[in-house]
Design a protein around this ligand. Sequence first.
Ligand code: NAP
Length: 464
Amino acid sequence: MSAVGTPENPLRVAVIGSGPSGFYAAEHLFKTLGAGVRVDMIERLPTPYGLVRGGVAPDHPKIKSVTKVYEKTALRPEFGFYGNVEFGKDVTLEDLKRHYHAVIFAVGAQTDKSLGIPGEALAGSHAATEFVAWYNGHPDYRDRTFDLSAKRAIVVGVGNVAMDVARILARTCGELTSSDIADYALDALDASEVQEIIVLGRRGPAQAAFTPAELKELGEMADAEVIVAPEDAAVDALSSEWLATANDRDAEKNLALLKAYSDQPRQGKTRRIIFKFLASPLEIKGDGRVESVVIGRNVLVKREDGSLAAKASGVTEEIPAGLIFRSVGYRGVALPGVPFDERGGTIPNREGRVLDAAGGQPVGALYAVGWIKRGPSGIIGTNKPDSVETVERLLEDMRAGALWTPETASAGTIKEELKNRGTIVVDFQDWLKLDARETENGAKIGRPRVKFSSVPEMLAVLKG
Ligand code: NAP
């Protein structure tokens, strides 16, 4: 028999998850082995592309055009899309072992980090990740309700997700109509009474995690302005010392933009985005729902490793607000039968090879890419080298004969098995039909697309 990884005996890889990291892994496998590899991508939703569809802000259409590249990969004859199939429920690791030489986990980070403060469970207190998934039409979140009748909202965290949330809350309906935001979210945001959005950074402006392009964009909105008090744009002595050696261009640009915002006169626009740095929420108060947030002011201190941390100063203030979004990062979720590092919220791995525990030994034939491999950091492009690294390790293991030996010597897909179990599989041609229907429905009302957000609705469209 020919060696594994040849057209006569293709390497068979199951990729779990269809976001950027999964597609970059598939792309590198095809680039290296051509027709010598068969990739089956298993996705819980009927729709592909992970956070590109469910996370990237609807008013950032250019970023979403990256799916054209993924589509090219998906249209290869050696590629199979298994949408509406959930790993751990519809298909298990044992099932995959019978059909594939290896499995790559590309499941991302599916939940959020909490703040661990009193009042976090009150109505009106939300994870930003859930709000993002809701306005992007993610089926799991479409039925969430966000009461936008409050005048003031607080966003905790100063990363790019916080920027997305603040911007979507501050956009006019006219600005959002031209995006592919979910139709129900467009209606809710159109009726929103939120006028002031306070964004809290626990450290100083020089340590903000957002990127300059996203900060600049906040100042270019139709009916919203950015307000920064001079003290919130000021750089303290420790940050100046750090900036002098860090050579961090983004931090320097962010500081220049914040200074420009603090210098600009008020424009009298309807909505305001106010940045407050060195501020942490300590308690969310309210009778049944959020009514105010107690904020503790911080000072910066130098850690032993030279990094700068926030330390409570003891000074507090209470700000009336009816909504609070915690935007302090995503977190990975454990998968059935797969090692998980609770501390990091990731699958323990070394250069993508899954380990039995953090710092442990490779379990063999299991790999990780993207956020479930390295944690929730970086932009879409960061996933490309990350996935290449993992695939290179997989190929090394293939050459060393260290992968699984699947029982079935046939084409080796799980199609038949899933069919026998009654799982309705949505393949890539089905997705292309849904995609076409979404854009047609959008064109009728002058929008780029109207997303389907319910799985039964998607399956009914495909059946019809
Ligand atoms: P992030 O960039 O890691 O930012 C998280 C923010 O939360 C930081 O400001 C962090 O402050 C703060 N934080 C963490 N724990 C906190 C706590 N207990 N109390 C108060 N603040 C806390 O995460 P993200 O915004 O979720 O974004 C995830 C990744 O997606 C990032 O790499 C981001 O760039 C990317 N992304 C990119 C775009 C885009 O390119 N347009 C859009 C969205 C997301 P500290 O720094 O002090 O820890």
